[in-house]
Design a protein around this ligand. Structure first.
Ligand code: PEP
Ligand code: MG
Length: 883
């Protein structure tokens, strides 16, 4: 096996495509060498060697020692030096480099090969003793930290004491002799702390560093990072060893980092910083303020420190040429590291630059316009989830964050407001122009008006698909849910978090993108749906096959969704229409009615309201498909709960408290999610479904007349497990359709279909499809019932599951493809086997999740439906899934 790959002087054994074997850094160093760019010669020990090391009890492959020696000779030949030879001093850097960049792993040891003897040689070679001793002490510091495990702070303490003693302010104020004295203190400290001296043998130093890189693959931080980013352990890390070049050899030397475009805005303009007379880590460490690279950037920043362009024009020009060339070569924005040693430029790294969502859009669109990439590639380069950042106000990254609690990032965006603890208060405050954050232990459908009135929502209980989370996402409101460390006391009107007590009226900020709850107001950035956003969306629309609909029931949501490009409504949850204003009264009358006749009388009051709701939705959707779901939740959700509320409602409805309480008690269920809900309601009380069907058909007739667009409503029956359930309800729908058509003399085409949200429905899908003209996968309930995990109670243990590696992801957020997905796939196939043209969609929360959308494309669904703010994400994800 070949364990070591060399590069240098215009040639390399590896190339950019060898990322898996050489790691990102090693592969790109090889590529730059092959392009003839100035790269200090070196070699890469492969990731396979790392894997071998772990497979063999932390030992090295037999030939590795020899291969490394040969590779060191190769560097020596190219530089006319020899590793460990004070006469022809060769120093090296040692860096880790996995396939994906992994902060938290051992990163870099510079100046390796220095010892008490070679430091003299370096002083002589460079003619600068100060530089030599400074380099040596840096090496000791870095090596002790990353290889020997001695915290770098012990050295900083020594250095601070020395500077204080000598009356120096800056590190650069120390003379050669003073550094020499400091080094003696460093070495003494190492012996004291570790019981062994700092290694003087360059070979020992090198193997120590190589071993440390390999070991860092299994350190705690790296393991955590891998888990969070789905990086397999089997990848391993490579080790890069390179001849040292020095940015700290005086005022004609420098070191810097740059992006070929601005990583926060995407603007096409070299963006970077450098430090004169410094070594790599100084730029990142922020000890000295770096200078701009270009004059243009210096002027824009209003800096009075000269730019690299001004100070080192020759190196600058070479660097500009190289950066342009690399961007063209890699066809992407590059993140570069370089060093200038006595006027000569050396490239140390190139890789794809990390960027904000905004910059990602701009670079992708610009590069497509420049002809560097195709439109398809541009679409593929945007992370769909990152679009969330662009659709909501977000916290200014420069703002200070005073975090008082952390919950789940349930609905993105950030909002500031005064704390209120009830929905009525939220509404009252809103009415007088105040901005509020609604803080609840959890929310229920009764809180809709408060959630509407609030700028943001905070709950202490509930997961990513809790009521608060789902409704907030639907409304596009920031929401933090399940902030378990918060204690809310409704009676006292307080919220307690980490020793802070907040009263009603105090200002907090919720960041629904991170789950943070912050004290006070925080500076925000407003969303800006620029031309780049629109361009990417347009290109995505040309590529995707699946349609994208929205889950919406209010006109405001429906309009917003259309402005985001929704192609219809995939789920109108009609229960949300029953909570507003006088409707809840009629609804309660219906629930309290003792006879069918009284129930029908109450339903008659609801009919015109439902009809006008549907009419408005049909008008907004202007001929696009609209799926309306019959009433789903158990009836007790519409009744008051506390004694006080029961008394108030009884008085308002002019019924006795006893009667109301009795009805509430009889409707009580131990497990409402599995209780009297969904189509079970329509079977118990067909008149409810009939009223809803009538409202739908009458609205369809009217909308057709008004707009000239015939409406084809899709009526959806929830929570079906048996074909007979669907048939029972469908018969009622058909009967109502017939009579409305007779009364109006207008023919309305319509579809009747069902949610597939119970395992039994998936298993019997071929039979259910005999009656259902469409299926919409309700993956919220399907996940809940497949796992036997309650969506309202799962948050408390799912986080533990994630931490302990039992599950990678919350199955309510990203579809469990192996389990729940298998049911979806099976039901889709079975449905099509009975009815080849059956319309298939998904309307659970997963309809807006990119990974789940990829799966939906794979099983050939016709559309995904998601909350309005997720529509752009779904459009993009559907396009990426289609290629
Ligand atoms: C579902 O169960 O996936 C669904 C969309 O319905 P709901 O969330 O209203 O139960
Ligand atoms: Mg459901």
């Amino acid at each position: 096996t070949k364990w070591v790959y060399t590069f240098g002087d215009g040639a390399a054994e590896g190339r950019a495509g060898d990322r898996n074997l050489l790691g990102g850094k090693g592969a790109n160093l090889a590529e730059m060498c092959s392009l003839g760019l100035p790269v200090p010669p070196g070699f890469t020990v492969t990731t396979e060697a790392c894997n071998w090391y772990y497979a063999n009890g932390n030992a090295y492959p037999a030939s590795l020692q020899k291969d490394v020696t040969t590779a060191l000779d190769h560097i020596g030949a190219l530089t006319d030096r020899r590793f460990g030879d004070p006469e022809k001093l060769l120093l090296v850097s040692v860096r880790s480099g996995a396939r994906a960049s992994m902060p938290g792993m051992m990163d870099t040891v510079l100046n390796l090969g220095l010892n008490d003897v070679t430091v003299e040689a370096l002083a002589k070679d460079s003619g600068d003793a100060r530089f030599a001793y400074d380099s040596y002490r840096r090496f000791i510091q870095m090596y002790s930290d990353v290889v020997m495990g001695l915290d770098h702070e012990v050295f900083e303490e020594i250095l601070e004491e020395e500077k204080a003693l000598l009356g120096h302010e800056l590190d650069t104020d120390l003379s050669a002799a003073e550094w020499q004295a400091t080094i003696a203190l460093y070495k003494a400290k190492i012996e004291e702390e570790l019981g062994k001296p700092f290694p003087q043998d360059p070979q020992e130093q090198l193997w120590g560093a190589i071993g440390a890189v390999f070991s860092s693959w299994m350190n705690h931080r790296a393991i955590t990072y891998r888990r969070l980013h789905d990086i397999p352990e089997s990848w391993g890390t490579a080790v890069n060893v390179q001849a040292m070049v020095f940015g700290n050899m005086g005022d004609t030397s420098a070191t810097g980092v740059a992006f070929t475009r601005n990583p926060s805005t995407g603007e096409k303009m070299l963006y970077g910083e450098f430090l004169v007379n410094a070594q790599g880590e100084d730029v990142v460490a922020g000890i000295r303020t770096p200078q701009n690279i270009t004059e243009k950037a210096r002027i824009a920043a209003g800096s009075d420190k000269p730019s690299m362009q001004k100070l080192m024009p020759a190196a600058f020009n070479t660097f500009m040429e190289i950066s342009e060339r690399l961007e063209k070569h890699y066809r992407d924005m590059q993140d570069l590291e370089f060093t200038i040693e006595r006027g000569k430029l050396w490239m140390l790294q190139t890789r794809s630059g990390k960027r904000t969502a905004k910059a990602a859009l701009k670079t992708a669109v610009d590069m497509a316009a420049e002809g560097l990439i195709t439109q398809e590639e541009a679409v593929a380069r945007i992370d769909p989830s990152s679009l969330d950042q662009l659709l909501h106000p977000t916290i200014d990254p420069k703002a200070e964050r005073n975090v008082v609690a952390i919950g789940l990032p349930a609905s993105p965006g950030a909002a500031t407001g005064e704390i209120v603890f009830s929905s009525n208060e939220a509404e009252e405050m809103r009415a007088i122009g105040r901005k509020v954050i609604l803080v609840r232990i959890e929310t229920s459908p009764e809180d809709i008006h408060g959630m509407h009135a609030a700028e943001g929502i905070l709950t202490t209980r509930g997961g990513m698909t809790s009521h608060a989370a789902v409704v907030a996402r639907g409304m596009g409101k920031p929401c933090v849910s399940g902030a378990g460390t918060l204690r809310v006391d409704y009676k006292a009107g307080t919220m307690t978090a980490m020793g802070n007590t907040f009263r009603k009226g105090e200002v907090i900020t919720v960041d629904g993108g991170t789950g943070q709850v912050l004290k006070g107001a925080v500076a925000m950035l407003q969303p800006e749906l620029s031309g780049d956003f629109a361009a990417i969306m347009e290109w995505a629309d040309k590529i995707r096959r699946m349609k994208v609909r929205t889950n919406a029931e209010t006109p405001a949501d429906a309009r917003m969704a259309r402005s985001f490009g929704a192609e219809g409504i995939g789920l109108c949850r009609t229960e949300h229409m029953f909570f507003e204003g006088v409707r809840i009264i009629a609804m309660r009358e219906m629930i309290l009615a003792d006879t069918e006749k009284d129930r029908r009388a109450a339903l008659d009051k609801l009919l015109p309201m439902q009809r006008s709701d549907f009419l408005e939705l049909f008008e907004i959707m202007a001929g696009l498909p609209v799926t309306i779901r019959l009433l789903d939740p158990p009836l007790h959700e519409f009744l008051p709960k506390s004694d006080q509320e029961i008394e108030e409602v009884a008085a308002a409805m002019k019924v006795s408290v006893d009667k109301l309480r009795h009805r509430t008690e009889t409707l009580h269920e131990f497990n409402p999610m599995l209780g009297h809900r969904g189509c079970r309601l329509a079977i118990s009380y067909p008149e409810i479904a009939e009223m809803q069907a009538r409202a739908i058909f009458e609205a369809a007739v009217e909308a057709g007349k008004k707009t000239g667009n015939p409406v084809v409503p899709e009526i959806m029956v929830p929570l079906v497990g048996l074909k007979t359930e669907l048939d029972f309800v469908k018969a009622r729908i058909d009967a109502v359709a017939k009579s409305v058509m007779e009364e109006s003399g207008v023919t309305v085409e319509y579809l009747t279909g069902t949610m597939i949200e119970l395992p039994r429905a998936a298993i019997r899908a071929h039979v259910i499809a005999e009656s259902a003209e469409f299926f919409s996968f309700g993956t919220n309930d399907l996940t809940q019932t497949t796992f036997g995990i309650s969506r309202d109670d799962a948050a408390s243990f799912l986080e533990t599951y994630r931490q302990k590696g039992i599950v990678d992801q919350d199955p309510f957020v990203s579809l469990d493809i192996e389990g729940v997905g298998e049911l979806v796939r099976m039901a889709a196939d079975k449905g099509r086997s009975t009815r080849p043209d059956i319309k298939l969609g998904i309307c659970g929360e997963h309809g807006g999740d990119p990974a789940s959308i990829r799966f939906c494309e794979e099983v050939g669904l016709d559309y995904v439906s998601c909350s309005p703010f997720r529509v752009p994400i779904a459009r993009l994800a559907a396009a990426q899934a289609a290629v």
